[in-house]
Design a protein around this ligand. Structure first.
Ligand code: FES
Length: 206
């Protein structure tokens, strides 16, 4: 695999897995309000591209397919796809390393996490994709997991309580084709205190 080249495909069609997902999504909205499904459908596109090409992104032609499906003017779909950071409008590496650099993560060592991503992923900095096409590095604002800072998201999975060593270990595992379990690198359960819960420890409390 090599670094992805930005070539817009000339066509896009939902596959069977996506169609099944879309049928469930569309049912959530009342008749005439299907345009509200634009975000989940763009997400379905991105997932399908990841499955089919190894690069999870949303090509322009797929935005047109979403617009047609939801009976929306294409420009309204483009506006959504380019506004939200979670949609990649250019090809990315197989794994999207999204490093949180906001204050709580920064105070807890996100600079070291970033350094580990660069070292282990052979990345020059934010916005870079490794020459082997495996990793794309993006700086994110708070992803809502500050209590387990510092953290990164790899695609949709959160890896938390990281430091330089544990981040390198994670990236090396991804290179080997493994997918470590998301969550705390120090073994905390959700956001419990280290060493376990300190309150509400008995059934029936609270
Ligand atoms: S500051 Fe990093 S998850 Fe909130």
């Amino acid at each position: 695999m090599s670094a992805p080249v930005h070539e817009e495909p000339t066509s896009f069609a939902f596959d069977a897995e996506s169609e099944a997902r879309i049928a469930t999504i569309i049912r959530r909205y009342p008749e005439g309000k299907q345009a509200s499904a634009v975000i989940p459908l763009l997400y379905v596109v991105q997932k399908q591209m990841g499955r089919q090409t190894g690069s999870a992104w949303v090509p322009r032609v797929a935005m047109d397919v979403v617009a047609e499906r939801l009976a929306m003017p294409p420009i309204r779909v483009y506006e959504v796809a380019t506004f939200y950071f979670m949609f990649n409008t250019r090809p990315i590496g197989r794994f999207h390393l999204q490093v949180c650099g906001t204050t709580p993560c920064w105070l807890r060592g996100s600079d070291e996490v970033l350094r580990a991503c660069k070292d282990a992923g052979a990345l020059k900095g934010y916005g870079d994709t490794s020459a082997d096409g495996l990793f794309t590095l993006t700086e994110m604002e708070c992803m809502g997991a500050c209590v387990n800072a510092p953290m990164i998201a790899v695609d949709d999975d959160y890896y938390e309580d990281l430091d330089y060593e544990s981040t390198v270990k994670l990236i090396e595992a991804l290179k080997r084709g493994e997918r470590p379990a998301p969550g705390s690198a120090r073994g905390r359960r959700s956001s419990e205190a280290e060493g376990g819960a300190t309150s509400l420890t008995e059934a029936g409390q609270g």
